[in-house]
Ligand binder design. Sequence first.
Ligand code: AMP
Ligand code: GLY
Length: 428
Amino acid sequence: MSLKVLVVGSGGREHAIAWKISQSPQLAKLYCLPGNPGTAQIATNIPAGVGDFEAIASAVSAHGIDLVVVGPENPLVDGLTNFLKGRFPQLMVVGPGREEAQLEGSKDFAKDFMSRHGIPTAAYRTFSGATLAAARDFLKTLQPPYVLKADGLAAGKGVVILDNYANACAELEEMFSGKFGAASSKVVIEQFLSGIEVSVFVLTDGKDYLILPEAKDYKRIGDGDTGLNTGGMGAVSPVPFADKAFMDKVEERIVKPTIAGLKADGIDYKGFIFIGLMNCGGDPYVIEYNVRMGDPETESVMTRISSDLLCHLQAAAKGELAGQKIEISPEAAVTVVMVSGGYPGSYAKGYPISGLEEAQAAGATVFHMGTKAAEEGVVTSGGRVLAVVANAADIVKAGEKAYAAASKISFKDAYNRTDVTKDLLKYL
Ligand code: AMP
Ligand code: GLY
């Protein structure tokens, strides 16, 4: 079957998903809404916001779209899938509906789901302003550091970790007073887990699943994991400590009970599940679920899938994943994110970018994250600007290749971490 596909979103994640779909022999035509200058090279961009459901429906009907892939979480949590399925019952949509998206949209919902289905995660309790005194008492039963999480979506900023009791109580009061708006009217307080994190990605039709390549993300702005949190400064796949024994535990203890839990709860979930895990002494614990792919992990992950992603997406949307097999390249993928100077604080936009072709000639794949087409060519238009991805026999060689390619690219005040892969070398 020849498919017309629409990818919703505008970041590096969506560029990477579109890039992989564009290689499918089953693709008739590819659209991105709104897309970016990178997706413009492989798809037709449709200008509209990801929250403009009417515009998305118009695009579906104007272009005879067969399958929609929703990249970011906000439209999913806001019910884009329900809206599209209501308008176009035959449309295939990869991305869960509003209720299912609560796995990411409400930390309390996710923790309750995990505890009911026996999925390993940090011990927790949920409080509101009305139970502040009980929340303070619960904190006393825990050892520092204290982990406080706004229940709702808070643009990745809703988790605060504090190392003493007084600060934790003060933070709690700020959260209940609207620090993250309605998102922090409920707060999950949980046990601190120490270990190293890994991102595991699953594509499911609600009954069966495929496990995509795992990846490790680099969250802090500075080398050696210092400084402020960011959307992600780099990604490595495969992850050396996530060996077969560890990934078998992930599948048995986490993926299988998660899918079985969705089924048991009558949750019809069709889409990606991104499981943020902590490896605590060889045992996996769930830190969080996301109902979408990770960014920049996707940029590494997509380059390692050697089977036909569009075929898998179609099967997931139709509830026919049983019998599908994903093929994964043994080559490693390393992503280095180039950001605007000042990010994650304030930064300037509109600087011309040079060297994109030279980076590709150096063997990298470059995905656009925050760029814009201007008269003078492609210019910066976001904090995270470009994801430079290289593939090679192992993560060391892929890392060297990614950094060599990134060095060809320049724009004013460009910054990138210089240590992506370094923390993983001890596991090789
Ligand atoms: P999240 O927004 O849920 O991804 O959380 C942000 C980050 O906080 C995670 O990536 C972890 O690094 C950290 N984190 C969240 N929960 C815990 C926990 N229970 N123990 C230790 N670190 C945590
Ligand atoms: N890189 C982490 C995320 O996409 O949430």
